[in-house]
Design a protein around this ligand. Sequence first.
Ligand code: F6P
Length: 320
Amino acid sequence: MIKKIAVLTSGGDAPGMNAAIRSIVRTSYNNKIQVIGILNGYRGLCKNKMINLNNNKVSNIINRGGTFLGTARYMNFFEKKIRKIAIKNMQDKGIDALIVIGGNGTYAGANALHKMNFPCIGIPGTIDNDVFGTDYTIGYSTALETIVKSIDQLRDTSFSHQRISIVEIMGRKCGDLTLSAAIAGGCEFIVIPEIKYDEKKLIQNIKKSIKKGKKHAVVAITEHICNVKKLAKKIEFYTKKETRATILGHIQRGGSPVAFDRILASKMGFFSIELLLKKKFGKCIGIKNDKIIYHDIEKALNFMKKKINKKLIIISKNLY
Ligand code: F6P
């Protein structure tokens, strides 16, 4: 019988995490389950930083970006002795299960706890959209809107100066944000981790488009592929066109969640309590073809590699 649960957010914050916490707390209340909020992710869990949550404490947060519980990246959690402290802290408080909201690192933590026989559920919350077993993660759609808005702004100045603009977009090893933002922002060139990077070819293609009459262009590129400032210098050298690079950075993570993320988070929060009530532990939640589903966290971490939407790549190539 589940009577008391805890919730934490971990890894990079994502818009919509608050809406998920709110949904968990309110659905729990309706099922007579008490909820403890853990501050600052797994680090707070090990340091016993816990607060009681109730319906009032989660009012006025559905529209707020970030996570009001705080978050952290806590590498020590990979150590078993540290996880034992976490489990003891939860058992001392009479906590029966833990819901974690975050990305793959967060899932790895939950899976490790589950293997130590502590019931856990994972909800995907990250702007990167790189979590296996779900079409969308909470935060992705908001970040996408923020990025498209920034690209629109860059396009204005790029057009006015007849320049090339490079825009570096977050996503770690996943090109979803870059590809979708580039299509929505009308970017002329797209560089994503899923396609082998060829700098020479990119510059050649830019030169070709200038020859054909292009006066300005935006290059969208996922972070960690190259040094965009250096790339700008090279493009300028070979094309004789002024080029500027903009790293969007953490701007992409903030802001009020768009409706899609709020609804997704509300659905997933509700579903996480349903899973707990059915005693389905060690699961992670996803959305596939607009249906809320679940998988074993273990399976999601080990077997299901998230793949880029190949059709979208083909479409993007047809647009320029
Ligand atoms: O996972 C979300 C994310 O914003 C990635 O896109 C990015 O690579 C990383 O986090 C940045 O991490 P930090 O905020 O720790 O610098």
